[in-house]
Design a protein around this ligand. Structure first.
Ligand SMILES: Nc1ncnc2c1ncn2[C@@H]1O[C@H](COP(=O)(O)OP(=O)(O)OP(=O)(O)O)[C@@H](O)[C@H]1O
Length: 264
């Protein structure tokens, strides 16, 4: 029998995350284990303050893990240099952009920073990657516009194009649908899904759009107070993981529809 070997991009083993203070380690979540495969869309969900951003910050090496290990493309994250990291992992954060005076093209071109020289001269390959990225997210017609002229939805697409131009195996986004209306939330998450299929990249995002994530993700990482579970959405539904996500006085999970509803 032929067994297909999985191509693991990001792996967490016995990971414990949190904050170090002078007196002690404050553990936010522990016993986190997952294997994220090439070409998958992965949604990270959990209630406010549960530790999603802390986990993402640990995975992108902005803060150290308290214990356990993370490997990116089979290499321990601790051993990965800043340059190696920039060629394997790109990040889209929600913070307000400070460089809104740049044109869309210039902003997306910043994604090429791991490959350009110190003045940032662009080669033919850089131009090709930038134009490809603009095309993939459908913002080529905006490329001459200044970023301050864009709507929140357009800006989010441009930020995704910047990450694509960086040409990494893994893209991590922290709450990419914040500030967007219902249509654009669905639009952005469907775009991420299409990008995993068209480019083979692995995309991990945190979100409060659990209903959409259940419908679109290949894998979900669900953080609750007790455990962090990673699996396909249908398996998570079977295991009853979503019932324990929120207190049931306001909203309840309906396993038949795979969605949350307001309790009457
Ligand atoms: N720099 C810090 N030092 C100490 N504790 C922190 C720090 N930043 C966040 N925390 C705490 O860590 C916990 C997790 O916060 P985090 O921002 O990771 O949650 P989250 O799931 O991303 O929340 P939200 O959905 O509201 O964005 C919270 O209790 C928060 O108060």
């Amino acid at each position: 029998m032929k067994t297909e070997s999985k191509h693991i991009i990001l792996k967490a083993e016995q990971l414990s995350i949190g904050y170090k203070t002078k007196r002690k380690d404050v553990v936010i979540a522990s016993d986190i284990n997952f294997d994220l495969e090439k070409g998958q869309l992965i949604g990270l969900v959990g209630e406010n303050g549960i530790g999603k951003s802390t986990l993402l910050r640990t995975l992108i090496k902005v803060q150290p893990e308290l214990s356990g290990s993370i490997s990116l493309n089979n290499q321990d994250l601790k051993q990965t240099s800043a340059h190696q990291l920039a060629t394997q992992l790109s990040i889209v954060l929600t913070e307000q952009l400070t460089s809104k005076n740049l044109s869309v093209f210039e902003l997306v071109a910043l994604g090429r920073h791991p490959y350009t020289n110190w003045i940032g001269n662009l080669t033919e390959i850089d131009f090709e990657k930038i134009n490809q990225a603009l095309d993939l997210v459908g913002v080529t017609d905006l490329k001459e516009k200044k970023c301050f002229e864009l709507s929140d939805g357009q800006l989010q697409k441009v930020m995704i194009a910047r990450a694509l131009a960086q040409d990494t195996d893994l893209i991590i986004l922290d709450e990419p649908t914040t500030h967007l209306d219902m249509y654009h939330k669905a639009y952005i998450l469907k775009l991420l899904k299409r990008l995993t299929q068209d480019t083979g990249k692995t995309i991990l995002f945190s979100s409060h759009e659990i209903n959409l994530a259940i419908q679109l993700c290949d894998t979900m990482i669900v953080m609750t107070k007790e455990v962090t579970v990673t699996d396909q959405p249908c398996h998570l539904i079977e295991k009853g993981v979503f019932y324990s996500l929120f207190p049931e006085d306001m909203i309840a999970f309906d396993s038949k529809t795979g969605s949350f509803r307001v309790t009457k």
